[in-house]
Design a protein around this ligand. Structure first.
Ligand code: SF4
Length: 280
């Protein structure tokens, strides 16, 4: 029985992309020894490069966590943790800017809007412990991008595979509505992440604001991008070889009204998986 939707739909999910040398107790001819040596060097180089990216991302996230550039949001986060709803009254809220997270080798970048006040802002990890996260994580699992279908705590062993998640702003805004200047303040972090994540092939902005901000950042990186319209399930190949795949945001407002259904959301990630298997 197929265990994920990707397998059920016959999509090849390559979760082991890294090279593993195999000796099989055989004597190797000199030419094979040279090839093996070369491959080991490549493998070592890749591991070192990955470690450097991980360290740079960690350093960036430490800066993010200490950021106080948006006074309205800093005050709001304090207010949220001082007025917890009954169901979360025993929680020690994170109430700081949220770091992005995921696989440093990721080929897929998911761009959210902003943390939810009672979700990511409570648990300390983007999309963790909120309804949008339930949708997103379950779908990522179905298509082989996560090791489990849900996550409600930031240290529960949930891991992303080939996916990195970031957001246009990292502090929960009142009524989920960031001000333009707050998005502006946070943009350099997003830009830096795009520089550090070297393997991104597909970008999936969740919703129109994330889509607009993604285009703005790519234009800032001097990519010639024509005017593109937002809609659900659109695919836009870019001149740098990356592809944008659009979707409505899995917010409760969209999922409870039927604007976004699970089959619609799955179709987007089926497209993403196909893009990766086709080589971008
Ligand atoms: S939204 Fe971004 S720029 Fe503003 S305080 Fe939070 S982390 Fe800093």
């Amino acid at each position: 029985m197929p265990s994920t939707r990707a397998q059920a739909e016959g999509i090849r999910v390559n979760t082991k992309r890294r090279f593993l040398p195999r000796f099989k107790n055989r004597c190797l001819a000199p030419s094979n020894v040279l090839i093996l040596d070369f491959r080991l060097q490549i493998s070592h180089f890749k591991k070192t490069a990955r470690m450097k990216i991980e360290i740079a991302l960690k350093e960036l996230q430490n800066i993010v966590i200490g950021c106080h550039q948006c006074p309205r949001l800093v005050d709001y986060l304090k207010e949220v943790s001082n007025h917890k709803p009954r169901r979360y009254r025993d929680w020690d809220y994170w109430s700081k800017p949220l770091p992005s997270f995921g696989d440093p080798d990721a080929r897929v970048l998911i761009v959210g809007l902003a943390p939810a006040a009672q979700g990511g802002n409570r648990t300390g990890r983007m999309f963790t412990g909120d309804r949008s996260g339930e949708w997103l994580f379950n779908t990522l699992y179905q298509f082989g991008f996560a090791n489990r279908p849900n996550s409600s705590l930031r240290d529960d062993g949930f891991k992303l595979n080939d996916v990195y998640i970031t957001a246009t702003i990292r502090c929960a805004p009142p009524k989920n509505k960031p001000l333009p200047e707050e998005i502006e303040n946070c943009r350099p972090y997003f830009l830096k992440e795009l520089d550090l994540l070297k393997n991104i092939e597909v970008i999936v902005p969740l919703g129109q604001i994330a889509f607009t901000q993604t285009l703005r950042i790519l234009r800032q990186k001097k990519l010639g991008i024509p005017p593109l319209s937002f809609g659900h399930g659109k695919v836009y190949p870019l001149s740098n070889g990356q592809t944008i795949v659009t979707t409505y945001h899995p917010s409760q407002q969209n999922t409870q009204t039927g604007k976004l259904t699970r089959p619609m959301f799955h179709r987007v990630f089926k497209l993403v998986r196909r893009k990766l298997e086709d080589g971008g």
